[in-house]
Design a binder for this molecule. Structure first.
Ligand code: ARG
Length: 451
């Protein structure tokens, strides 16, 4: 028949494998069956295809589904292969399934159908990770730890405040994934090749049957648009970037001996028997590189494509599904590593005072007593080289006082009491004093935890 003649002419020859997306299309096998079913039901409801024939097609699709993607006949892609498999079962009437559509609107619909699942899975993983962070934070509102800038000791904070900083980032990552979901969740079906169809199709009906929130209206936009892939890849890359920072921190903290990873999230060496390495976190950090590559690659592929359909698009989606799976997994692993790690409160407390990390508190105290902050900063800065990690609050206070006498020509203790200075030099008191909204003081953190 004509189809066979056409297939022969466009068999692909040496380019056949190169043209085919059948293997990668395993990711949209289920989606294509759903799209075929919805389209067939709509064709019957609209009187475009006879109800009996539609029933045979639907029964054929059930058999194709039961046989699985691996049993499909050879074809350029999953759409063609499923159609061939239906025709093999139903006879030439099976070919009525492709009335009033094109593979262009078909594949665009399949991609969106599949991507919804991936986005929801990734978003769910971010929510679970946030719950894990909050749970650990609740146990550590008072656990003082060093806070870093430039990876140098900066100011003491708490484990809770630190963990909740990532909860905030992940909350925005959840929002970005769900925003992307809203734009993915529109049906292009019924756009046909790009220019619509003379058949009286009901696009809202297929959208409804497939669970989409309405259609992508303009048929040329519907068939060509893949901006939702770029948006999804970018949201995933941003999430992976958040996780990579968390992973890097945890690697550093375990290196410093203040955090112990659970054995289940560590790995060992095939030669060095003593090793316990943070491999899961390194892989998490590595996934961000791939995710960024995916976002860049997707935009590069789409850049400058003319309207309406170009085969380049065949290469755009499979790798987004893959990276969505990788990023979801990295999210689950990072959450598991955080949930099971042990924070060493004593080691953290000791480290929290290192590097004169309470210096800002002394400058703040002097500024509160009326000195210009810049002058206060200068006094404490000139004392800083003399203050050592072994100095207790009394020794450090005396050194700051020496600096005050040199800079101001008068003792520090003319303006602030020795007790107050010594108090802010204590890491725990330093944290407790920083009770501004969103700050690390235990009651500020507690307020945010209950909000
Ligand atoms: N496998 C193709 C894709 O993923 C389906 C569309 C083919 N359409 C065409 N006009 N060649 O893009």
């Amino acid at each position: 028949d004509d189809t066979a003649v056409r297939r022969e002419r466009f068999s692909g020859g040496p380019a056949r494998e190169f043209l085919s997306s059948l293997a990668a299309d395993a990711a949209i096998f289920e989606a294509d069956l759903a799209v075929d079913r919805a389209h067939t039901v709509m064709l019957a409801e609209q009187g475009i295809v006879d109800g009996g024939v539609a029933g045979e097609i639907l029964a054929g699709l059930d058999e194709v589904e039961a046989a699985g993607h691996g049993a499909l006949p050879d074809g350029e892609d999953v759409h063609e292969a499923i159609e061939t498999a239906v025709i093999d079962r139903v006879g030439p009437d099976g070919g009525r399934m492709h009335t009033a559509r094109s593979r262009n609107d078909e594949v665009a619909t399949c991609i969106r159908y599949r991507l919804r699942e991936d986005l929801l899975d990734a978003a769910e993983a971010t929510v679970a990770a946030r719950e894990a962070l909050v749970e650990v934070a609740e146990e550590h509102a008072e656990t003082v730890m060093p806070g870093y800038t430039h990876l140098q000791p900066a100011q003491p904070t708490t484990v809770a405040h630190y963990l909740l900083s990532y909860e905030g980032g992940l909350a925005r990552d959840t929002e970005r994934l769900l925003d992307a979901y809203d734009r993915v969740n529109r049906s292009p079906l019924g756009a046909a090749a790009f220019a619509g169809t003379p058949f009286d199709v009901d696009r809202d009906r297929t959208a409804e049957l497939l669970g989409f929130e309405g259609t992508v209206r303009n048929s040329m936009d519907a068939a060509s648009a893949r901006d939702f892939l770029a948006e999804t890849a970018t949201a995933l890359a941003t999430l992976a970037t958040t996780l990579s920072g968390l992973a890097e921190d945890l690697i550093v903290f375990s290196n410093k001996g203040v955090l112990g990873l659970a054995d289940a999230y560590a790995s060992t060496s095939s030669i060095m028997p003593q090793k316990k390495n943070p491999d899961t976190l390194e892989l998490t950090r590595g996934v961000a590189g791939d995710a960024i590559g995916e976002a860049t690659g997707t935009l590069s592929l789409l850049k400058g494509l003319p309207r309406a359909y170009n085969r380049d698009l065949q290469r755009a989606h499979a790798s987004v599904f893959d990276i969505a799976g990788d990023v979801r997994e990295a999210t689950e692993i990072a959450a598991g590593a955080v949930a099971t790690a042990e924070w060493d409160a004593d080691a953290l407390a000791a480290a929290a005072g290192e590097g004169f990390s309470t210096a800002t508190g002394v400058a703040d105290l002097l500024a509160m007593a009326g000195l210009p902050f810049r002058t206060a900063h200068e006094i404490v800065a000139s004392a800083a080289p003399a203050v050592g990690d072994g100095d207790g609050p009394a020794t450090a206070a005396a050194k700051v006082d020496e600096a005050a006498q040199a800079v101001l020509g008068e003792s520090l203790f003319e303006r602030v009491s020795r007790d107050e200075v010594e108090r802010v030099l204590d890491p725990a008191a330093s944290v407790a004093s920083r009770d501004s909204a969103g700050g690390p003081a235990p009651e500020a953190v507690a307020a945010d935890l209950t909000a």
